[in-house]
Design a binder for this molecule. Sequence first.
Ligand code: ZN
Length: 605
Amino acid sequence: MPRYTDDSKERVRDAVDMADLVGTRTELRRAGVNRLQGLCPFHEERTPSFGIDPVRKVFHCFGCGEGGDLFRFVELTEGVDFKGALELLADRYGVQLELAEEDAASAQRRQERERLLELLERTAAFYVRYLWESEEAAGARGYLAGRGLEEPHLREFRVGYAPSAWDKVLIASRRAGFSNRELWDSGLAQRAKGEGKLFDRFRRRIMFPLCDARGRVLGFGARAMGEGQQPKYVNSSDNAVYHKGKHLFGGDIARAHAARAGTVILAEGYTDVIAMHQAGLKHTVGLMGTALTEDQVGELGRLAPTVQLALDADSAGQEAMLRAARVAAGRKLELRVVPLPAGSDPADLVKAAGARAMQELVDRSVPFVRFRVERELERAELGSAEGKDRVIDALRPVFAGIPPSAMREDLIAHVADRIDISPALVGSWLAGGPGASPQRAPRPQAGGPGSNGAPASRPQARAIDATARAERDFLVQVIADPAHGRRALAALDLEAAFSGDLARRAAAHLREQPGDPTTGVDSGDRELGAFLAELAVRASDVRPSESALEAQSLTLDLRRVERDITAARHAEAGDIAPLVARREELRTRLDRAIERTMAETGESE
Ligand code: ZN
């Protein structure tokens, strides 16, 4: 894919008026030395916790944690990728973009990739022909028909069949000019042990092409058709184009439908997805033979704001739903659960009860939190007092994630009814009120958003500990006072001074350019971009001060010595007296630096 020059990117950055850009989304007011603030466009709020630094062109929300540079802002508000954001801004602010000349190595990589995609595409077409035209695939056609799947839908998903012969794909591909190396790289060929002779990797299997968002075939999921053939399912192994857990099965076909419906259904098996489409539920996608990954949750979020989980109701399926909720926690995704009867999957249901029945089930989907409450109640032994106590304990973290709402009251009434105790009492127990043991009292954010099923679940700002806060405040001061900041950073051993990887990477970046914190950050590195934006927005409200910088830097040293002391105590590693002496020295110096900082502040007021 061609890319634009770094210089183009910087010219766009220079041209954009950040206050003007953000001002179209939320009203901004001056709120600090160099900070504008307003209501966050990314979460519901009544008092402003969203800030921008119009000079450095970064934004950060102290409420939900969203943040980054101007390009990230456009990615989020316009729903485009980095390249799209760059093009949109260039257009709006009249900047001419220049394409970077491809170096020989990346040109070669791109050509190799294109060859692989072509090979995979041809092979998918070959499998499709083989399924519908060959004698050998009669059994596979029978199996698919037996699952109730019809030809037009199977063709839409380009379902195919890999013959049992050892070399059909090899021979056809070689004839079309593909090399052994390319066959090997595509994951279509396998090598015999010892002799190194190539043969077809997929044989006697129904083939489900796995595609990217644009519908390009990247690999295959394959189901065995032979008697006793193992394993039953195999996937392409990771290669230059296919990466396990990155995509959703049917995402390319479901995209437009999901956008229209405002919701996307997630099913487990390939045939489940096709059966759902056949039942008119064309906003259905599937996992690709893996547990739900972070990447897939991100992909679901791009398809629609609500995800309806239509996973098997067996315990494996329920575990999968809990895992999905954990992965989705902190995202702006509403999770709902489709109440499938135990022991049946969507394909069975569509076949047995029809499309209409399946649609009705989907319409009856419940918020994920209601599903969790039901699940705990089902597992509980409600005949005994101990059993009731246990279910209250199990439900407390679930309720900690539900904000005060009609749904919360309704769920409390439901639990009260099932355990036969008054709703008022159940409500106070679940809230960690009287009767709840203190160590079990819920933390304010326990359960997390996303698990509560409330419509506007939103990301939370990272809760950070004192060490992380000290590291952050130091870096903020570095940005506020770049000249001294550069020197302070140069004197530090970053590996030892920072406890976390993110702060360490930010420090390494700032060491090069403390005055210009977000330029030159890889647009794919969102975590670093957002963190640097947060630091810059914080710095826009901080007065540069050499003694404050010294105090922050001493605090880091002190934290590290404290970590070393704790570690030495745990390891019972000999004499810790030198460490304790060092701690005392640092404390004294820190006190003095703080006194000086306070004196400076006093003078200026
Ligand atoms: Zn926010």
